[in-house]
Design a binder for this molecule. Structure first.
Ligand code: AMP
Length: 280
């Protein structure tokens, strides 16, 4: 496995690989890797001649400076895990390397970045789009792998690729969970023992919403989830929404043929966790 910290040598290396006809799969991450990230690597390794992973804690997508400061960083372990997972190339740039000067791009994602994460984390998706577009231009992948754990992010990336007409296939990958249902997240290691014990309540609330979906009104499901989360003392609900999987617009009443997804964000102390589940 090769590690590059600078853009130019990475691009020179990849250009040769592309000229020699090799396909490139790309997995962007912010490090502190877990089995969710490694599942994306496994999909890429299976589909492509070369897999490139990036590790970059992108300051532009953090609207909360404290979250950025406390974001877990476990580089040595990450590199070992990438190597054993069959990753070929790791790109691990500094902030200066990625953004030698200020970048001012404002994307228009319509409704997609106005709801849920976009509403509660202003500027977050614009920052995600800036780094992903930059990384795609550097790595020129045939396919890029993103987790459905960040469902709204996936919608934004698909829109970005369409708006900027980038020739890359976006491959959605299923959510990897702990045995008790908690979606794997780099932030989970910041949970206290009591918070970690309470955290699978998020998954149980989503499962409950799914099992009620065919018999109960949307409003009743939302009220039920609200009560479930309120009953967990360690947890504060930021939002729970049932939205159309394509438009991400809230679903008020079910329509035939529409696929709905439940999305949730909660705080456990200072740690903010998100999760989602298809309801039909
Ligand atoms: P992050 O390092 O949090 O930016 O995540 C990098 C990629 O890993 C994103 O595409 C995430 O959606 C994906 N990812 C994070 N957690 C999981 C998970 N539990 N299951 C599947 N993919 C995940």
């Amino acid at each position: 496995m090769q590690v590059f910290k600078e853009i130019t040598p990475l691009q020179e290396y990849l250009d040769i690989q592309i000229q020699e006809g090799r396909t490139i799969g790309f997995v962007p991450t912010m490090g502190a890797l877990h089995d969710g990230h490694l599942s994306l690597i496994a999909f890429s390794v299976a589909d492509n001649d070369l897999t490139v992973a990036s590790i970059f804690v992108n300051p532009k997508q953090f609207n909360n400076p404290d979250d950025l400061k406390k974001y877990p960083r476990t580089l040595d372990r990450d590199l070992k895990e990438l190597e054993t997972s069959g990753c070929d190339i790791v790109f691990f740039p500094s902030g200066k390397e990625m953004y030698p000067e200020e970048v001012h791009i404002v994307y228009d994602f319509g409704n997609l970045d106005k709801v849920m994460e976009g509403k509660h984390r202003p500027g977050h998706f614009n920052g995600v789009a800036i780094v992903v577009e930059h990384l795609f231009k550097i790595t020129k992948p045939d396919k890029a792998y993103f987790g459905q754990k960040d469902f709204q992010q996936l919608a934004i990336i698909k829109a970005l690729v369409e708006i900027q007409k980038m020739p890359v296939d976006i491959i959605p990958c299923p959510i990897v969970r702990e045995a008790d249902g908690l979606a794997m997240s780099s932030r989970n290691i910041r949970l206290t023992v009591a918070q970690r014990k309470a955290a699978p309540g998020i998954y149980r609330a989503l499962q409950g919403a799914k099992s009620k979906f065919n018999q109960t009104s949307i409003k009743e499901i939302k009220d039920w989830v609200d009560r479930q989360i309120r009953n967990i003392p360690e947890m504060q609900l930021e939002y729970f929404e049932i939205v159309d999987q394509k438009s991400l617009m809230p679903v008020l009443t079910r329509r035939q043929g529409q696929t709905c997804i439940a999305c949730i964000a909660v705080y456990l102390g200072e740690v903010r966790l998100i999760d989602n589940m298809f309801l039909n």
